[in-house]
Write a protein that binds this ligand. Structure first.
Ligand SMILES: C[S@@+](CC[C@H](N)C(=O)[O-])C[C@H]1O[C@@H](n2cnc3c(N)ncnc32)[C@H](O)[C@@H]1O
Length: 267
């Protein structure tokens, strides 16, 4: 069977956009009308971005969704050219409306991040990737080589992501289930096939379009960055959930790492 994973995931994300809009779009529009607003609330993330001295620097965000984080980076650090890339037509529309509310000049491009045009090669000082991006991509190696291609020499990639160990557990869906029960191998290679929707703001499941999630080990990521000429400059793991889907696991005293922040530099 020849599945177009990217097109399937695009349709699932387009279907989700109006559901998220009900949960957060009006609030975000109001927030961004206030000059300088930022939705980035973890001090360690802001400090790491601050250390990169982004004033006037070019920043790309891959899988930018509604653009709230990239517009925040622009607002906080007075960054130069900022470009957000996402596969979803509808989230790109939301990003453009938030950008207009913020009176900013962030560009948003509807594209598969595995196929970013050559015109963006070596254009960026920072490639920024956050919360729930990597798992949607059917080819991690192409993604990592794309990051390297987009960066100027000496540029950085910052990845603030859900920890792949979470792929071993089931998430909040079934309240009766032990959240620590292991359901999947850490060494799984088959994609996860999901039809329960993506309402991680409202917390409701619905019969959704079929979507595909890919598990990558931390070593796949680190090894792939190294192979693509990127030197790791920072790596940390944390004990809180950034996905809005593992609240029950987060509440336990005994728990796995739940997210990480990784920075690497193109040599
Ligand atoms: C979980 S959301 C990112 C949320 C964002 N970090 C935030 O916190 O607001 C993941 C995004 O990845 C996008 N995406 C999935 N596959 C993609 C691909 N192949 N190319 C570009 N974007 C993709 C989806 O459309 C979705 O907007």
């Amino acid at each position: 069977m020849n599945i177009d994973f990217t097109q399937a995931n695009r349709e699932a994300w387009n279907e989700t956009a109006p559901i998220h809009a009900v949960q957060n779009l009006q609030d975000l529009l109001e927030h961004f009308r206030v000059s300088g607003y930022s939705c980035l609330h973890k001090p360690f993330e802001v400090e790491r971005l601050q250390a990169l001295k982004l004033e006037g620097k070019a920043v790309a965000q891959l899988c930018c969704n509604n653009g709230r984080e990239l517009i925040s980076v622009k607002n906080l650090f007075n960054a130069g050219r900022c470009v957000g890339f996402d596969i979803s037509d509808r989230f790109i529309e939301q990003a453009k409306s938030l950008n207009a509310a913020a009176n900013q000049d962030v560009e948003f491009v509807r594209v598969n991040v595995l196929e970013i045009p050559e015109s963006f090669t070596a254009q960026f000082d920072l490639v920024y990737i956050t919360i729930g991006a990597l798992g949607w991509l059917p080819d991690l190696q192409v993604f990592l080589s794309t990051i390297s291609r987009l960066l100027k020499p000496g540029g950085h990639v910052l990845i603030y992501e859900m920890h792949p160990i979470l792929d071993m557990f089931e998430g909040d869906g079934d309240a009766k289930q032990n959240p620590l029960e292991l359901k999947h191998s850490y060494f799984r290679t088959a994609p996860y096939i999901e039809t329960g929707g993506l309402d991680y703001y409202g917390g409701k499941s619905y019969q959704s379009k079929t979507m595909y999630w890919f598990h990558y080990k931390i070593s796949d990521l680190i090894g792939g960055l190294i192979q693509n000429g990127l030197q790791i400059t920072a790596f940390d793991e944390f004990d809180f959930d950034i996905s809005n889907t593992f609240a029950r696991l987060e509440a336990l005293e005994i728990k796995p790492p739940m997210c990480y922040l990784l920075e690497a530099r193109k040599s």
